[in-house]
Design a protein around this ligand. Sequence first.
Ligand code: AMP
Ligand code: MG
Length: 345
Amino acid sequence: MRVSLLILAFLSALPLSAQEQSVRYEASHDAMGTEFTVVAYGRDAKYLGEVANEVFAEIDRLDAQMSNYRAESEISALNRDAARRAVIVEPALFALIQDSLRYSRETDGAFDITVGPLMRAWGFFRGQGRVPTHAELAEVLERIGYRHVHLDAERREVRFDREGVELDLGGIAKGYAVDRAVEILRENGVTAALVSSGTSSLYALGAPPGEQGWKVNIRDPFEAGRAGDVVWLKNYSLSASGSYERFFTFEGKTYAHIIDPRTGHPVENMLSSAVLAPRATQSDALSTAFFVLGPQASRIYLATHPNLAVVFNQPAPARQTFRRVILRSTSFSPPPGSLAEISPP
Ligand code: AMP
Ligand code: MG
C-alpha cells in the first residue's frame, strides 16, 4: 500500500517537474591560485548553492593538501621527508601521483611532476623570473626526473632516491579538482553544470536546458578578450596551457612557465595547447604534456590513446600572428551522450 502510494506520488510529480522552469545558478571561489566557477541549472537555486558550497569546501581541502606554497600541506611534508624515508600518502593523493607518473612514462617524460626545482631556478615560484647559469641548471637537473620517485602501492608509500627531489602538481591538480567537483555535483543529482578552474581546466556536465552542449571559446593566444576556436562539449572536459599564463621576458626573449624537464629549459615555439578529453585530470596533464611535445610528437601519443583532440597555437614568423594545428586521436568516437566538437571561430 505504502509502496504504491510512493510510486503514485512520484509519477504525478514527473509531469510537473518537467514543466517547471529551471533556474541558472552561478558562484565562484578562489583556490589553487585561481578562481573556480560553477554554473549550474536546476529547479532550486538555494539547493544548487548548497551543493556549490560542498564543491568549494572539497576544492579548499585539495588545495590545502596539494599546495607547495603551504609549508603544512601533505605535499610539502612529503617533499621534506621522502628522500630520507618512505612516506605514507592519503589514498586519493597516492592515486594522483600514480597517475602523474603514468603520464610521464607515456609521454617520454614531457609531463613530469618533479619539475619543481626547475620552476624555482627560473624564478617561477614567487618573485621575479630569472635565467639560471649553466652550472646551476646542471646541478638542478640532477634532481629532476620522475624516475627518482618510487611508489609502493601496497603500502601506499612514496620515496625519492635522492635529496632535493620535489613534487609539483601544478600541471594536473586543477583538472583533478574539477573532476572531484563534478563527482560531487553528480552525487547530488545535478545534471547540467559547467565547472572551471580559471583559464586552466573545465568540465561540461550535461547541457544547458534546450541545448546540445556547452559552448566554450578557446581564447586567442595574444589577446585574452578575443575568442579563438569554439568548442561544443557535453560530458567532456577541456584544458588549456598557455605561454600567456605566467611568463617573463628577459633581454628580448619570452620564457613560458612550462618547462621541458629533459632539457631544463622553458618550452619555446609554443603559444598554447588546448586538449579535449573525457576527464579533466587527463586533459590537464595532457595540455601540459602536449605543450612540451609539440604537434609532431603528440601525434604519436594520439595514435594509441583514444578520444582526445588538441588545438595548438604556434608562433608564426610575423609579429603577433600564429599558426593553428588541430589533431585528433586516431580512434575518436566520444561515447553516446557526450559531445566534443571543435568548430572554427
Ligand atoms: P598547466 O598550466 O596545466 O600547463 O601547468 C603548468 C604548471 O605545471 C607550471 O606552473 C608548473 O607548476 C608545472 N609544470 C611546468 N612544466 C611542467 C611539466 N613539463 N610537466 C608537469 N608539470 C609542469
Ligand atoms: Mg596542465
